[in-house]
Design a protein around this ligand. Structure first.
Ligand SMILES: *[C@@H]1O[C@H](CO)[C@@H](O)[C@H](O)[C@H]1NC(C)=O
Ligand SMILES: *[C@@H]1O[C@H](CO)[C@@H](O)[C@H](O)[C@H]1NC(C)=O
Ligand SMILES: *[C@@H]1O[C@H](CO)[C@@H](O)[C@H](O)[C@H]1NC(C)=O
Ligand SMILES: *[C@@H]1O[C@H](CO)[C@@H](O)[C@H](O)[C@H]1NC(C)=O
Ligand SMILES: *[C@@H]1O[C@H](CO)[C@@H](O)[C@H](O)[C@H]1NC(C)=O
Ligand SMILES: *[C@@H]1O[C@H](CO)[C@@H](O)[C@H](O)[C@H]1NC(C)=O
Ligand SMILES: *[C@@H]1O[C@H](CO)[C@@H](O)[C@H](O)[C@H]1NC(C)=O
Ligand SMILES: *[C@@H]1O[C@H](CO)[C@@H](O)[C@H](O)[C@H]1NC(C)=O
Length: 250
């Protein structure tokens, strides 16, 4: 993992090279967006979906959401060393996520929702320690939630809904006290809701809907005074809901 942290010092030329590598991996572009617009005769800063920083020296955001694209992500994207935001929601990107993405150490927003990515959620995502938003919903991710996510202390929103994740929520995740929205709905997750859920004192939204969570609900959820949305249906929870545990919501 340490070798992944070596950062390529990129410039507008290396950024262009990375974007052209991505374009080359697109096998279907129904509206010819990249095909016609991503032309080497114009600056990459004028390309659709590309935002450059001040001075036009580096790509800081890439948004290719809702374009109907089919393709894979080349490792070259890991060379966009100034990237703060990467959104490719609602396309048909497939395959696995190249581990070179771990080099995007400035990334704050990573949105890969509604694509066809598979395999396990890579452990190296935990190296993206500036992430605030992580959306991986609506893919084919399997296996367990990596405990390395607990290293992203800046994480505010995590959306892993509509995948095939299984096993318990790693307990270290509950140490992310900045977490505001956590959506784990529609997976095959199991285990109890531990009382240390109350460590997530900023939590506003929690959905565990349609999983195999079980056991009784800890009274400590009443300590989550910011919580306004709690969705627990479609699980195997049992027992009584202690009235004092919901006092906090009133
Ligand atoms: C950009 O970086 C590459 C590789 O580090 C280097 O070869 C090239 O000269 C640089 N180009 C500019 C315009 O700085
Ligand atoms: C690409 O699209 C942008 C934004 O729509 C536009 O400003 C630019 O001129 C286009 N470039 C080419 C080469 O079509
Ligand atoms: C990306 O673009 C879509 C529509 O083109 C927009 O709805 C969305 O807010 C953008 N996302 C980001 C992070 O800018
Ligand atoms: C960028 O990344 C690719 C693949 O990870 C690599 O082969 C390439 O040499 C890198 N560097 C530059 C400056 O493009
Ligand atoms: C995004 O994809 C999902 C799943 O395919 C679909 O239900 C949703 O309508 C799409 N959203 C948009 C705005 O296209
Ligand atoms: C994270 O998402 C929220 C809401 O979707 C948005 O307001 C915020 O700007 C995003 N953060 C970043 C760093 O993009
Ligand atoms: C979190 O980061 C530290 C320091 O880089 C590392 O030693 C530890 O293994 C990481 N934790 C997880 C769960 O990956
Ligand atoms: C997670 O994504 C799903 C599907 O787009 C959406 O319905 C849900 O509101 C999202 N959850 C959060 C917490 O934003």
């Amino acid at each position: 993992m340490a070798s992944l942290a070596i950062v390529t010092v990129s410039n507008i030329t290396t950024d262009q090279y990375a974007l052209l590598a991505l374009k080359a991996q697109i096998s279907y572009d129904p509206r010819n967006v990249l095909t016609s617009n991503w032309s080497v005769s114009s600056s990459i800063c004028s390309w659709v979906g590309v935002t450059c920083g001040s001075g036009h020296q580096q790509v800081i955001a890439l948004n290719l959401s809702y374009m109907g694209l089919v393709g894979t992500i080349p490792p070259h994207i890991g060379n966009l060393s100034s990237l703060v935001s990467l959104s490719i929601e609602n396309n048909s990107f497939h395959g696995s996520l190249p581990n070179k993405l771990a080099c995007l150490y400035k990334l704050q927003h990573l949105s890969l929702g509604f694509n066809k990515f598979g395999g396990e959620i890579p452990t190296w995502i935990g190296l993206l320690t500036k992430l605030q938003n992580l959306s991986l919903h609506g893919n084919n991710f399997r296996g367990t939630i990596p405990s390395s996510l607990s290293n992203i202390s800046s994480l505010q929103t995590i959306n892993l809904s509509y995948n095939q994740l299984s096993g318990p929520i790693p307990s270290s995740i509950f140490n992310i006290y900045n977490m505001k929205r956590m959506d784990l709905a529609d997976n095959m997750l199991s285990g109890p809701m531990p009382s240390i859920i109350s460590y997530m004192s900023s939590l506003q939204y929690l959905s565990l809907t349609n999983n195999y969570f079980s056991g009784s609900l800890p009274s400590e959820i009443g300590n989550l005074i910011m919580l306004s949305d709690l969705y627990l249906s479609g699980n195997n929870f049992e027992g009584m809901l202690n009235p004092t545990s919901v006092d906090g919501f009133i």
